[in-house]
Design a protein around this ligand. Structure first.
Ligand code: SAH
Ligand code: SF4
Ligand code: F3S
Length: 438
């Protein structure tokens, strides 16, 4: 066996691609190593959603230069969204890269590596076939978790939010056929997985292209796969989360009561400038419908501060919005101009210092809310799926509730993948600490 070192950045869609790539590489004789220095092949699966994501990758590319000098036989490739965005330019910047593979060329990885094993050259394959779907007969993914599986249901994005590079580097929306999704779900359940997360940039528009099933129908079908214990999905664009989807979650046995419903901003002026299509009022009405149907639901969001034109008043409106909605958690970002997107050329860019300040304020407000919500769970007994030992303490298990809250509790006889009843004794902002009551 040869050794491959894979590092993947960015969203779950990218992680899922990395798992497929590892699957292909296994077929041609590569096993994964965690040690870059002993690798025969190094693959960075990159993200370009924010400048910080790109900086990390450029740092890593620099690090690999000396490895490549010591061992010229080492094969070094870049895949993912930065590869798609930069293409050839990456080779000019860093000639020690052997190949650049675009987001729609994941299925070609093993061919590219084989070619390079025989003869060294630079390979750039970044054509963005707008209608291309992965080959369903490809080698099975080598998954990172043994209990929870990522299952892509669609690729690409059609929404063109004005700050976002994703539609340019992932191409148009393409949905997998429902039978292909179901076959993969059945396979992972047969392999012992307990949980699947259905992935797409906007799962609510699943099936709008092939019209073989809506997202609500697909959810119901996945929920009915014998042996499945938990079904999750992300991401939901608020503009088209239908009542049918809410109904499917409500009636489904295994569909978890957690919706990641990124609002991005809490004021109409900014939502409009971001091309998010909905208004604050429409979003609030949607949240009210969701909470009426699913009283236990947890809601999480993504928020961007420092979008061009954001004023103090807009920002205050956003904080009020947050206090009103009360998300369980929020992923907060400073706006990062992405060249090629409309927002990058807008006047009134917000200075970095101000972005930082607002980000901190935003996090402070949200942390207070998250803590208050979690404190209401004190004394509650919740179903937790054990995922593995906690990062900081091998004597403590880490698991999740159906509402996607992280729970830490002392080690017993249970194993990863077991379902436990855990009493919450110490709720905190990011985690719930508890003890098993079995
Ligand atoms: N499809 C998902 C998001 C994918 S990108 C959705 O629509 O919700 C993940 C998050 O990164 C986005 O929700 C957004 O909050 C953030 N993001 C995207 N582009 C950004 C940029 N240029 N600067 C800062 N944050 C950005
Ligand atoms: Fe980006 Fe908007 Fe598409 Fe999400 S919906 S990936 S934020 S363009
Ligand atoms: Fe990043 Fe590409 Fe995902 S830009 S967030 S890895 S779709």
């Amino acid at each position: 066996m040869k050794a491959v070192f894979i590092e993947s950045y960015g969203c779950q869609a990218n992680q899922a691609d990395a798992e497929r790539m590892e699957g292909q590489l296994r077929v041609i004789g590569y096993a994964r190593t965690g040690n870059m220095k002993e690798a025969d092949l190094i693959l960075l699966n990159t993200c370009c959603v924010r400048e910080t994501a790109e900086d990390k990758v450029y740092g890593k590319i620099g690090e690999i230069k000396s490895l490549k000098r010591e061992r010229p036989e080492l094969i070094f490739g870049i895949a993912g969204c930065m590869a798609q965005k930069e293409g050839e330019a990456l080779l000019r910047r860093a000639p020690h890269i052997d190949f650049v593979l675009g987001t729609n060329k994941v299925h070609r990885l093993s061919q590219v590596v084989r070619k390079l094993e025989i003869r060294r050259e630079h390979i750039v394959d970044v054509a963005l076939g707008e209608t291309e779907l992965p080959d369903e007969s490809e080698a099975p993914a080598v998954r990172r978790s043994a209990i929870s599986a990522w299952v892509p249901i669609m690729y690409g994005c059609n929404n063109f939010c004005t700050y976002c590079i994703v539609p340019y580097v992932r191409g148009r929306e393409r949905s997998r056929l429902p039978e292909d999704v179901l076959r993969e779900v059945e396979q992972v359940v047969a392999d012992g997985y307990k949980e699947v997360t259905l992935l797409g940039q906007n799962v609510n528009s699943y099936g709008k292209d092939h019209k073989q099933a809506t997202f609500a129908q697909l959810l119901r079908q996945v929920d009915a796969v014998p042996g499945i214990r938990r079904v999750r999905f992300m991401t939901s664009h608020p503009k088209d989360l239908s009542d049918e989807v809410i109904g499917a979650i409500r009636e489904g046995k295994h569909i978890c009561e957690h919706i990641h419903l990124p609002v991005q901003y809490g004021a109409d002026k900014l939502l409009k400038a971001m091309n998010r299509v909905y208004t604050v009022e429409a979003y609030k009405a949607l949240v009210a419908r969701i909470r009426r149907a699913l009283p236990e639901v947890s809601l999480t969001t993504d928020l961007i501060v420092g979008f061009p034109g954001e004023t103090d008043e807009d920002f205050r409106e956003m904080l009020d919005f947050l206090r009103e909605i009360r998300y369980d958690a929020a992923y907060t970002f400073k706006y990062s101009p992405r060249s090629g997107t409309p927002a990058a050329t807008l006047p009134e860019q917000v200075p970095e210092e101000l972005k930082k300040e607002r980000l901190q304020q935003l996090m402070d407000v949200q942390n207070e809310i998250s803590l208050a919500i979690n404190q209401e769970l004190l004394g509650r007994v919740m179903e937790v799926m054990v995922e593995g030992p906690s990062k900081n303490d091998g004597q403590v298990w880490m698991g999740r509730t159906r509402t996607d809250k992280i729970v830490l509790f002392p080690h017993g006889q249970e194993q990863p993948g077991d379902f436990m009843q855990v009493k919450i004794t110490q709720p905190q902002t990011w985690v719930l600490k508890g003890e098993s009551v079995e």
